[in-house]
Design a binder for this molecule. Structure first.
Ligand SMILES: [Zn+2]
Length: 169
């Protein structure tokens, strides 16, 4: 019983640490810092909020998803910038959160047209290997088996291909 409680407390502290500094004050947009168990206070205006572990877990998850979406956004933006191509609203964190592979595949398809054979093959393999994930959101990928490894692997390969492409144009 005691062990179980300790584990819960460890989780609680871990979640608390992870969201510390990422929380913004709802009143003044200032930085919220942890001031007591599950309570955060705004550095600027003193506004406080308290959360239980479930609420903190939800924020940790959302922060994680946003982090992955931001990485994809940066890679895609860089890939398109190098050709000064305007693709409007596709490269947007909200779109990426719900359809990450759609944005990645669009970027790679664009690159494909100007890529050498090696990169072309890498792109085609990548699309083939990940086509089953094309309709999933980042959240859904994270909730599947080895979801975290999968999304990180996808982002790494995506980054690798776009870097290779830029070196070769
Ligand atoms: Zn504030």
């Amino acid at each position: 019983m005691e062990n179980k409680n300790n584990k819960k407390i460890d989780e609680f502290i871990k979640n608390e640490k992870q969201i510390e500094g990422k929380l913004k004050c709802s009143k003044c947009n200032g930085k919220m810092v942890s001031c007591a168990f599950g309570t955060f206070m705004c550095e600027d205006c003193g506004n406080t909020i308290s959360m239980d572990n479930k609420e903190m877990e939800k924020i940790v998850k959302e922060t994680e998803i946003r982090g992955y979406a931001t990485s994809i956004e940066h890679i895609a933006t860089k890939a398109f910038n190098c050709k000064r191509y305007d693709i409007g609203g596709i490269i947007d964190q909200d779109v990426i959160q719900y359809e990450p592979l759609m944005v990645i595949f669009s970027t790679l398809t664009f690159i494909l047209a100007n890529a050498n054979e090696t990169i072309k093959n890498k792109i085609l393999n990548f699309i083939e290997n990940n086509s089953t994930l094309s309709k999933l959101s980042i959240k859904e990928i994270l909730n599947s088996d080895n979801g975290k490894e999968q999304i990180e692997h996808i982002i790494n390969i995506f980054s690798e291909i776009t870097e290779d492409f830029k070196k070769n144009i």
